[in-house]
Ligand binder design. Sequence first.
Ligand code: SF4
Length: 359
Amino acid sequence: MIPLRLKSECDRTLAPFVTRIAEEEPRCAEDATLWSEEAGTLGYQTGQIKFRLSDVAPAEVAGDVLLVDPRRQIAHRLIRAASPHNTFLITEQCDQLCLMCSQPPKPQHQDMFDHFLAASRLAPTGAQIGLSGGEPLLHKDALFAFIDAVFATRDDLCFHILTNGQYFERADLAWLRKHRARLLWGVPIYSDNPATHDEIVGKPGAFAQLSPNLALLGLAGAALELRTVVLRQNAPGLSSLADFIARHLPFAATWAIMQMERIGYGRMNWGRCFFDSSIDFASLGAAIDLMRARRQDVTLYNFPLCTVPPAYRDLAARSISDWKQKYLPACATCSLRDDCAGFFEWYREEDGFMEIRPQ
Ligand code: SF4
């Protein structure tokens, strides 16, 4: 697993600061340059501040944007220059309690927008940055102001925002329209049956709130990625959901059908929620066929390729972020490996897919 936090040494009296590890010559005042390298420890300097990073090679962090926390002696890799998978955790608060949540909510919120703004301004050219939570739109005013501030100085960046879709209002229309070319909204919908959707997200009335808000995104011309984690609870109804999407949400750019992540509530509820699509792809196949017939785009996220029938494999993306992806020993000889999403680091073979077959 690629570490997103590095051990750091720095004057503990300093406030947290954002810096970029210079690849060659520094390009701005925030860039940090290497001044020492000894016994697995790298010494960097940005302005008058010196800090050290441990257990990492210079090439591994070159171009990375770090948030150095001197009090905790940690450097967070907010943006890894070599990775397309960079996400800012906007908040850990959420109003839903999804059965398979990989990041269970916490009651407190730590406002990091100033750090995220500083980091965005140092991001590689043309980067797409993920914004997730918790539920980012619980802090909608601050979030929108942050995005405005980033776009004011970086017209090459774009954001992929994961939201449960509960907090859009008609008053947001103008703002959504203004930024529609540079924001992709990832919004979960688990069933067209309100009771099933509400049961999965653990919030009565959630579907009733989500439905008009999705329409609002359509009205704004926003780019929408619908997301559905396939679970025992909703797998039988996937065709019905596909029909709902085709009829009511034809403006969605894509429908991402996803496999579970065995962490957080996903680990706690794995036994009652994990749907083994390696031995039963019928409901998925029927839903995909329906969407294809209506010429709507479908993507499969987090599906190992050998668990997907060959006719649908072109839809399976290498979606698992590099820092938390792994393969199984059986994958070593597989000819599909280079195109395969593989597994989450915390996947367990003993209660996972029954049919993993190297090709
Ligand atoms: S054997 Fe491993 S690499 Fe090959 S398709 Fe299956 S999961 Fe992917």
